[in-house]
Ligand binder design. Structure first.
Ligand code: ZN
Length: 443
């Protein structure tokens, strides 16, 4: 057998239940990782795109024997190609990128949990979750964990998503799901897996602060590859014996970690060194992946690569928030608009404004909702924002307000406030409203 083929088999073979108690790593384990890719398969000024990431991973595989390529969730939702085809092209492209293991993030639920079965069908790599359960109590991923034999190194990988997921995705299509606390699952899984592996990794879509806390609590983990908070962690942060990494977002960076047994310390912690490779420093695009990306992008180009306006200044997400709120209030004819900051998924740079940019800002396909809400409930609603809300005057708790918002906020508000609020979904796509407004009026 050709050595390269043998190597390929060795790295892709899922070895469940492997017993290995070797105290010394046979060699260096190289981990390449992404998180919160959010559909950014296309190369841009800021984002590497799938083809360059693939080429870089290939080069790393050529120069190292034991390599594993991981994704820590939220692969979809953030670009037109993802939104128009409900995430499917992203998993098609990921297949050509050569991922070994992926994870269900909260955004993998954006098209309802039944769509996850489709993602699992498409993806050639396992999509892990150890704590997301369907209505019948079944785990929604391919497995809670895998144990891989990577060129003779037994690597255990557990997958966990934030327990807050139900607050983060639309309740529509996600009825009856439950999410266990990550710590609760680690209590059960670590004693089971640790004796079988040389390296134990938690693939986490939980957020950097909580991932640091889990590292402190679960020192039997060697490494946490994180996500969800889109944190740029330049080098893995060592918390006792456990290192915590995360590679920002959207393919701005590719995480690269080298795991070794410290010389002379067979029983000591593993030596974990890592860094983030910047998008602009990655290898030249892999032609096969580039072609596939171009094929998918060609299906959306006519609709989205159209200039609608231009701007002489850049707008951050925070600066876009009051603009979006005012556009929504105008469109709905209400006194106030409210747009959650976390629902604004991109910023605007100086220059032409295209429809694609508005798709990137609002990739979810939310609709405009008119809401009647009591002042006291509105105060609660706004208090969930990361910072004090800017564009809202003093709210009288006893007064009724008429608010324009998006269907995501409205569906969560209905759950929280019940009959206290009244909502009317206009069915109008917010993205279309933004595009039309900016086309006619500029920013
Ligand atoms: Zn994300």
């Amino acid at each position: 057998m050709h050595p390269a083929l043998l190597f390929k088999l060795a790295t892709t073979f899922l070895l469940i239940g492997l017993i290995s108690t070797s105290a010394v790593l046979a060699q260096e384990l190289v981990i390449v990782h992404t998180n919160d890719f959010h559909g950014h398969i296309q190369e841009t000024q800021k984002y590497a795109g799938a083809a360059r990431i693939t080429a870089e991973v290939k080069a790393i595989r050529e120069n190292n024997e034991a390599v594993i390529f991981l994704d820590a969730g939220d692969a979809i939702s953030g670009t037109p190609v993802s939104s128009m085809f409900e995430g499917e092209p992203i998993f098609e492209v990921m297949n050509t990128m050569g991922y070994d293991v992926g994870l269900l993030g909260n955004h993998e639920f954006d098209h309802g949990y039944r769509k996850i079965e489709r993602f699992r069908d498409i993806a050639e790599h396992p999509l892990l979750t150890a704590n997301a359960y369907g209505p019948d109590g079944e785990l929604l991923g391919d497995a809670p964990y895998v144990i891989l034999d990577i060129a003779g190194i037994a690597v255990g990988i557990i997958g966990l998503v934030t327990e807050d997921s139900p607050k983060l995705f639309s309740p529509v299509g996600n009825e009856g799901l439950t999410f266990a606390a990550p710590a609760e699952r680690l209590d059960v899984l670590i004693p089971e897996i640790r004796p079988q592996v040389d390296v134990l990794i938690l693939l986490a879509h939980i957020g950097h602060e909580e991932e640091l806390a889990l590292a402190e609590q679960f020192q039997a983990l060697d490494l946490i590859i994180g996500g969800h908070s889109h944190t740029l962690v330049e080098q893995p942060i060592q918390v006792g014996r456990t290192a915590v990494a995360q590679a920002h977002q959207y393919g701005t960076h590719l995480g690269l970690i080298r795991v070794n047994r410290a010389p002379g310390k067979p029983a000591g912690p593993l030596q974990i060194r890592g860094k983030l490779l910047k998008a602009k420093d990655l290898a030249e695009p892999d032609p096969r992946v580039e072609n596939l990306v171009a094929l998918f992008e060609s299906k959306v180009e006519d609709e989205v690569d159209v200039q609608i306006s231009e701007t002489t200044r850049a707008y951050s997400k925070i600066e876009l928030q009051p603009i979006l709120e005012s556009i929504l209030a105008q469109a709905a004819g209400t006194e106030l608009g409210f747009y959650n900051r976390r629902g604004i998924r991109d910023e605007l740079s100086v220059g032409p404004v295209t429809a694609r940019m508005l798709w990137n800002i609002e990739p979810f396909g939310n609709t405009l909702v008119r809401m009647r809400i009591k002042g006291k409930d509105l105060i609660v609603l706004l208090a969930q924002e990361p910072e004090l809300h800017h564009s809202v005057p003093d709210i009288d708790p006893d007064r009724q307000y008429h608010l324009a918002t998006n269907s995501y906020i409205a569906s969560h508000a209905e759950l929280a406030f019940g009959d206290d609020i009244e909502t009317v979904d206009t069915g109008l796509l917010i993205r279309d409203i933004l595009i039309q407004h900016i086309k006619a009026n500029g920013l």
